[in-house]
Design a protein around this ligand. Sequence first.
Ligand code: AMP
Length: 529
Amino acid sequence: MCVASFSELVRLCKLVEATSSRSEKVALIAEFLRRLQPAEAAAAARLMVGEVFPEYSDMALNVGWALLSRVVKGLRARQARLLEASPSILEVCSTLEKVAAASSRRRKEALLTGLFSAMGREEVEYLVRMLSREVRIGAAKGVVLEAVASAAGCSLEEVRRAYMFLSDVGDVAERALRGGREAVRSVTLEIFRPVKPMLAEMCYDIREAIREHGGATAFEWKYDGVRVQVHVKGDKVRVFTRRLSDVTAAMPDVVEAVREVLRAESAVLDGEAIGVVGGKPVPFQHLMRRVRRLEVRRLLRKVPLQLKLFDILYLDGRVLVDEPYSRRWELLEHATGGELLAERIVTGDPREAHEFLRRALEAGHEGLMAKNMASSYEPGSRGRKWLKIKPYDTVDCVIVGAEWGHGRREGWLSDYYLAVRDEATGEYLVVGKTFKGLTDEEFEEMTRRLLELKVGEEGRVVWVRPAIVVEVAYNEIQESPRYKSGMALRFARIVRIRWDKGPEEVTTLQELRRRFEEQFKSKARLHPS
Ligand code: AMP
């Protein structure tokens, strides 16, 4: 049996790091994986992308930078000697499992010190990079998956699909090397193993959604909450988030609701849990983004949750992901007796859809989703089969600064600081930044004009006299400590340049605040306490 040492993995990482060619990286990794036992390949694949445990696992090292650097510093004195045997990849992983399981910092530190002392300087350096998720060898997950495909003789598509079901590069690598193409192709949904949820692309127009989905489509209300995937078998219910963490304990109301309505022995349901306070939905995600994970769990327990189901991926032993959406909806209706379902209509009539959108917004929800009736459920993929339609509003802003662009936008001032006018002081205050919305010709013209208006420079930023006005679309106004204005536009993008307008005509800060308050007319406001 081949027992690959950790130092061999480090040698591979250095080779991968040294080449800038993607195909060469793939070839190097594939060749390496091919030589390993499947279990070793799993561990190596994970470490290469900076993961110690599978993504869905609840295990975590809980080792911060401070502890790591203390361990490394403690080694310095001892480390000059040349080591004969470095630990194997699997030994490294089993020690890391012990580190994760250890409850005291001292125990964690002792285990890591033991592990690092058995390694050379370079191995320590790379392991530290892996543990701090900063591997930086230019081989992100896509490259490693491509290497797995090449090592196992299957297509990248097949490996990607398996990854979306398994959510673990390690597991994909292990199955691929153990059972080859057949094993990769046969990967499918398993109960109590969450899959990455299917995602949607943005669409700005109802007509476009109808056209794109072949003349008629299923519109559902788009709720602003937490995506949940509920797995049920008999009495056992598990709730997973979009990032695959198990939040069952934090959502007793969701568990209860599913138990009550489900008329099946086993099922996997997809939906959104929304917070409802005083009959109005709470804008949950904004809150989630701001608070730390633990606080989220506490909050989830505090706010009553309602479940809105919109898909079913498994029912009584049958995997349904390849069934068309329309069939899945029928099965979902059947399995739940029509309870807890997302509001939905099927139509090809834009007026009917607009009316449906109006009702969704009036009820405090985010907008609509349009779902292609014939589409299968594609875990983890963001495509045009599902389209999200959120209403947007526009404001007029004046550009007060711009940053030099990168990549394709190199040489252009292409990232703009957008400001509104404070009526009280006459000051222009920044409320957002965007590089979206202009054509190449416009970028060019803008760069030329902005340079004429330059009043200062700071690193990559050129500050300008407020003169050029742009109409900016946004999806939402948020409070933001980042800007002096205290407000920020979410998903800002330039709709057009208003050469016809002067800076004194831009939207005022007071107007923006009024619109911000307006947002809460149909939404409940939650003060984190
Ligand atoms: P976004 O987070 O803006 O990309 O929008 C996609 C998210 O909308 C999904 O991940 C769900 O959490 C949420 N969502 C709300 N209502 C629905 C619905 N009816 N169908 C699908 N996703 C929905």
